[in-house]
Design a protein around this ligand. Structure first.
Ligand code: ATP
Length: 235
């Protein structure tokens, strides 16, 4: 499967954030999206997810069945600040999610299997989500996106606020599900991008640029990325 963006542009009043972006992403890979604060990473994700209307742009998914426009079920989006219905318990939320998507979730499992998989303790599963920690809410958000099995998984700074143990667990989860989908992960943490991602893509000056990491050791590669990002002026 290939997900292609063609001529995506987005401006807020006078500020041109995304400038005629054209780029293709391949299934089975985790892409690390690096960009400075305000470069437009969240704007890009919001446009791809349909939460924000782009000024122009065409998206297509190409697979064995042909080429088509993505539908909402193709896309999963994990926000940097997790949003969950705080008035439900973890179990109620998961049950509700599975019930409303039962027609299209493949191989639905008992709820406790999912909690085990994502590492939510038995004693926390029937607590209200409002009493979950930030990391636990983040895990729940990740979990529903894993259950939904989207073709395109967008992760906006997903690991930044997690403790080292949870972050390692989440990395393993993401690696274990990457083969069937395109994962795009935005991060400020270069070591995370180098550790996790098959491809590094810079968002700079409103355009996406793939950085070739072949033939460079990690230090050279980091220097190259920082040099490219330093060139970013306030667009
Ligand atoms: N709704 C909006 N209205 C006006 N300007 C906006 C809006 N959303 C984003 N912007 C502007 O677009 C630019 C890109 O913001 P965005 O949040 O996409 O950057 P980012 O790369 O995700 O930043 P960070 O890494 O700091 O989270 C910023 O200058 C921001 O102020």
């Amino acid at each position: 499967m290939i997900f292609t963006i063609e001529h995506l542009s987005k401006r807020f009043d006078a500020k041109e954030v995304l400038r005629d972006i054209s780029f293709s992403f391949e299934s089975g890979k985790i892409y690390g999206l690096l960009g400075r604060n305000g470069a437009g990473k969240t704007t890009l994700f919001n446009c791809l997810n349909g939460d924000l209307k782009a000024d122009s742009g065409i998206y297509t998914i190409q697979d064995t069945a042909g080429t088509r426009t993505p539908v909402p079920d193709d896309i999963g989006y994990v926000l940097s600040t997790p949003t969950v219905p705080e008035f439900l318990t973890g179990r109620e939320f998961l049950k509700f999610f599975c019930d409303i998507h039962s027609g299209r979730i493949k191989g639905i499992r008992p709820l406790d299997d999912y909690f085990d998989y994502i590492g939510i303790d038995r004693m926390d599963r029937d607590k209200l989500l409002k009493d979950y920690s930030h990391g636990m809410k983040n895990k729940m958000q990740m979990l529903i996106n894993i259950i939904a099995q989207p073709n395109l998984l967008l992760l906006d700074e997903p690991l930044t606020s997690l403790d080292v143990v949870v972050a390692e667990e989440m990395k393993d989860v993401l690696r274990s599900i990457k083969s069937d989908r395109i994962t795009i992960l935005s991060t400020h943490i270069m070591d995370l991008a180098l550790d996790m991602c098959d491809e590094i893509v810079l968002l700079s000056h409103g355009v996406l640029e793939k950085v070739d990491k072949n033939n460079l050791d990690n230090n050279d590669f980091k220097d190259k990325i920082i040099a490219a990002l330093k060139e970013e002026t306030n667009v």
